[in-house]
Design a protein around this ligand. Structure first.
Ligand SMILES: Cc1cc2nc3c(=O)[nH]c(=O)nc-3n(C[C@H](O)[C@H](O)[C@H](O)COP(=O)(O)OP(=O)(O)OC[C@H]3O[C@@H](n4cnc5c(N)ncnc54)[C@H](O)[C@@H]3O)c2cc1C
Length: 477
């Protein structure tokens, strides 16, 4: 779609959660504004978001949740090893409740607020999911007169005398480019989780990482900003989604609602490495980023199920409550069917053995028989003297057939690459703003984290997207 004008007060690059929050704010300020969205649909990964972080929101007040902001800030700084920016994080925490209230007043509906695992109770779940929230924002922005150019990407920021002067934009269908004039650009392109080169720089475990994003978060914002003189700032954290079925033939979303995936990754059953050795307390999956890290320390990881576990999960119930997953919360009534189907179809991630020895031989898991014998002794003793897994999740393996499910690690977003100030202005390597250049959402969220995503503050990337999109617009006249 071709932009209607050649000059705007503001151009927002990216029509995801942060870009849409910025668009509505720009509409409220009566700025002539264009949103460029390189995809054919609006919302980016915002469409898949479960909920957004907030502190002191209307909903928390209604439900009697009070969070001590000073303690929250301190614990998040500790969690990030002080690699998060304290002033930036403090501003997010202080304004996150008001941001939730603003979204609510716009018509975004929230179904509940609470925690995830051992976290702060900050995640406000969107009624109808992220798609419902981005739809409200999109419609509101249009009603306020904001222009959207779909299938149109930003290619380059034009600078004049060290100040943003415009953008080169490209029609993704025709390849046609065009120059636009503007003195203000907000980059909100969703980070770099879909850019294998940039991800590879961040982690040596690249091959077993599976992006669950929509494929459009290719790091465009940071590259546009770097070309315009922005500093390269810590390629912060990857939001690991814990273990995921390592399927080399189909994309990860195929397994999103799979009970086999939930059993293998969420139930804290035995995990072994490429030699068949146990290497971690499997209930580490209380923290999806820690679980991802642990899995990636091994060359390969397999989750081992026996028939007794399958029967228990199918007919009796779960060993461990499944957190953020679309599968049944009570039982895995489709587990046996899924196993039979995947075995029959020759899925490479699934291996079946009538005995432990047969399974070990098929996968060359040399230590597996010994590992299982030792693990069963731990189960009988009632305590995991090796790695300290909680007693309720110690379940023995004795009844064949046995299955090994190979695990990789899902990743939802990658944060970092740019440094911004408290107004979300992008900074150069001297620590000063590149005049007219702002970043929001995942493009700027490296300011909030250290080496890992803050699972302890659930909803923080979505909460930050809404807060930072709005925050960037406040400075623009
Ligand atoms: C499956 C899944 C579930 C998630 N759940 C949660 C959750 O519950 N809570 C949470 O806090 N976070 C969650 N996240 C993280 C999520 O990425 C962020 O919360 C949120 O979407 C970030 O907003 P954003 O605007 O930065 O990026 P996005 O919402 O992804 O938007 C970026 C947009 O920019 C566009 N774009 C990219 N490059 C260009 C370009 N050159 N020109 C024009 N447009 C461009 C993209 O097409 C995209 O539409 C989840 C992510 C995934 C993948």
């Amino acid at each position: 779609m071709i932009p209607k004008q050649s000059q705007y007060d503001l151009v927002i690059v990216g029509g995801g959660l942060a870009g849409l929050a910025a668009a509505v704010s720009a509409g409220e300020k009566h700025l002539t504004t264009l949103v460029l969205e390189k995809g054919r649909t609006i919302g980016g990964d915002g469409n898949y978001v479960e909920g957004a972080m907030g502190v002191d929101s209307y909903l928390q007040k209604q439900t009697g949740i009070h969070i001590d902001r000073t303690k929250l800030l301190q614990s998040e700084l500790d969690y990030s090893h002080y690699e998060a920016s304290a002033p930036h994080l403090k501003k997010l925490i202080d304004q996150s409740g008001a941001t939730i209230d603003w979204l609510h007043d716009l018509g975004v509906k929230f179904s509940k607020v609470g925690g995830q695992g051992k976290s702060w109770p900050t995640i406000h779940s969107f009624a109808g999911g992220g798609h419902a929230a981005v739809t409200v924002l999109f419609e509101k922005a249009q009603a306020l007169g904001i222009e959207f150019a779909m299938s149109t990407g930003a290619e380059r920021v034009l600078m004049e005398n060290g100040q943003v002067a415009g953008l080169v934009v490209m029609n993704e269908a025709t390849g046609q480019t065009r120059d636009l004039k503007t003195n203000n650009v907000i980059l909100a392109t969703g980070g770099y989780v879909d850019n294998p080169e940039l991800i590879q720089k961040r982690t040596p475990f690249f091959k077993r990482l599976l992006s669950v994003s929509d494929g459009k978060s290719t790091g465009d914002g940071m590259q546009l900003a770097w070309q315009a003189g922005a500093a390269h700032y810590q390629m912060g954290a990857i939001q690991y989604g814990g273990g995921a079925i390592y399927d080399r033939q189909q994309p990860p979303f195929v397994h999103m609602a799979s009970q086999l995936a939930a059993a293998a990754t969420q139930e804290a059953i035995l995990w072994v490495n490429e030699r068949g050795e146990r290497f971690v307390n499997e209930d580490v999956n209380d923290n999806m980023c820690h679980a991802g890290g642990a899995i990636l320390t091994q060359a390969r990881t397999f989750s081992i199920l026996d028939q007794a576990a399958i029967d228990h999960l199918t007919h009796v119930g779960l060993y461990k409550e499944v957190g953020n997953s679309p599968v049944s919360p009570d039982k895995f009534d489709q587990l046996q069917t899924e196993l039979e189907h995947d075995t029959a179809s020759g899925a490479k991630y699934l291996t079946k053995g009538a005995t432990v020895e047969e399974l070990a031989e098929k996968l060359n898991l040399v230590q597996l028989p010994e590992t299982i014998a030792h693990y069963n002794q731990l189960v009988a003793s009632g305590a995991d003297a090796d790695f300290g897994k909680a007693a309720p999740y110690l379940t023995g393996l004795s009844q064949g057939p046995f299955y090994a499910v190979e695990l990789g690690v899902g990743m939802a977003c990658a944060l970092g690459g740019l440094r911004v100030d408290e107004a979300n202005a992008v900074l150069n390597s001297h620590g000063y703003p590149v005049p007219g250049l702002y970043a929001a959402g995942n493009d700027a969220a490296g300011m909030l984290v250290g080496d890992t995503y803050a699972v302890t503050l659930p909803g923080s990337t979505a909460g930050y997207a809404a807060f930072s999109g709005r925050n960037a617009v406040q400075q623009i006249k």
